[in-house]
Design a protein around this ligand. Structure first.
Ligand code: GDP
Ligand code: MG
Length: 370
């Protein structure tokens, strides 16, 4: 069955038709503006732009029903999801490590010792922040390219004994392009040659004016190495989060994004996912990219078993039949068969497309040789 045209799809997603055409092209499907797309192609292209297609087939009716927008009264506040970006050696890992291990975290003895792709910390005042521990803008852009906009706030780390560097500028550009508010962490202020004003100056020449200079971009001097003022930085994250009024509906089946996944010798496939809305439960049937399975166990960032995980909570799940790709969307299905059939369709589609892409490359190469 063929559905809507390329042009109609583009206007539904509010993108330029040429973007849809070039996306089809990159998937190995040659199309024109007025061509109707088949269901599978439609789903795949929409996926690339971060949309889910709801088909009205009787089979999918139930699933479509869940996609109705949440009502305001069903929404509850959720923790901000934060990504740390910046130039190499400016202190991203040091900051993430400090936050992960620090005892500023209330209630728990010690910090999080294991390294996982996302963790949730609770501050002394009880408020929570979720950190994506995938420093560098590659992860950020890879996720966005897959249509997964997970980050609410970006911390841009800049070493105060250095300058605004190329990767600093890239990180800022990425945050701006995604419409994600930034907080500038002026790092390494413990160093005798640190000169945070030099950084503020360089930022201002890029039209980024920090609050101390009368602008509207929050910033905080820190030493990630010694943990100095990291608590103040986190308070600014919470302040920014409050302005964003982040909310989600916890009372539905979970959906979210895969952060990382791997094969563990003892435990099978282990996937860290971030819940964006709804609540995930042990025993739920999950579809993640082209993988699926029943959630056998859920663990928090400390390796402790959990029964439930709500919005903004990262959780490691056991039970999928493979390792989905970072940035893949996941969601819970009532109907196990439906999840399996979509997973199989996706896999088949990818296989077909890789064959088509190969053919295409070969033709191209022939063209070049002639
Ligand atoms: P990344 O490449 O951005 O992840 O940077 P790292 O966190 O790996 O830090 C690079 C180097 O800078 C390491 O040797 C850190 O120990 C050092 N460093 C990071 N933060 C600070 C700081 O606040 N003060 C000082 N003196 N050194 C720091
Ligand atoms: Mg690093």
């Amino acid at each position: 069955t063929e559905y809507i045209t390329v042009g109609e799809l583009a206007s539904l997603m509010d993108v330029n038709p040429t973007e849809v055409i070039s996306t089809c092209f990159s998937l190995g499907v040659m199309v024109t503006m007025n061509q109707r797309l088949e269901a599978d192609t439609l789903q795949l292209v929409a996926d690339e732009f971060g949309y889910d297609i709801e088909f009205s087939d009787a089979d999918l009716e139930e699933a479509a029903e869940e996609e109705t927008p949440d009502k305001e009264e069903d929404l509850s506040p959720r923790a901000p999801i934060v990504t740390v970006m910046g130039h190499v050696d400016h202190g991203k890992t040091s900051l993430l490590d400090y936050v992960r291990k620090a005892n500023v975290i209330a209630g728990e003895s010690g910090g999080i010792t294991q390294h996982i792709g996302a963790y949730n910390v609770q501050l002394e005042n009880g408020q929570k922040i979720t950190f994506l521990d995938t420093p560098g803008h590659e992860a950020f852009t890879a996720m966005r390219a897959r249509g997964a906009q997970v980050t609410d706030i970006a911390i841009i780390v800049i070493a105060a004994d250095d300058d605004v560097m190329p990767q600093t500028k890239e990180a800022i550009a990425h945050a701006q392009a995604a419409g994600v508010p930034m907080i500038i962490a002026l790092n390494k202020v413990d160093k005798p040659n640190a000169n945070p004003d030099n950084i503020r100056q360089q930022l201002s020449s890029m039209n980024i004016l920090v609050e101390e200079w009368g602008g509207n971009v929050q910033s905080q001097e820190i030493s990630a190495k010694f943990g100095t003022n990291v608590d103040l930085l986190l308070e600014k994250v919470l302040l920014q989060a409050e302005l964003l009024e982040l909310k989600a509906n916890p009372d539905k089946k979970a959906q979210g994004v895969v952060i990382e996944a791997s094969l563990d010798k003892g435990r099978g496939y282990v996937s860290t996912v971030l819940i964006q809305s709804g609540t995930l439960e042990v025993g739920d049937y999950v579809l993640a990219g082209k993988n699926h399975g029943k959630v056998k166990a859920m663990l928090d960032e400390r390796g402790k078993p959990m029964e439930l995980a709500g919005p903004s909570i990262p959780v490691t799940i056991l039970g999928l039949d493979g390792a989905p790709t970072a940035g893949d969307k996941f969601r819970v299905f009532e109907d196990e068969r439906e999840a399996k059939s979509i997973a199989n369709k996706r896999e088949q589609l990818q296989r077909e497309q890789s064959i088509r892409t190969k053919k295409h490359l070969t033709l191209d190469e022939i063209g070049r040789r002639i």
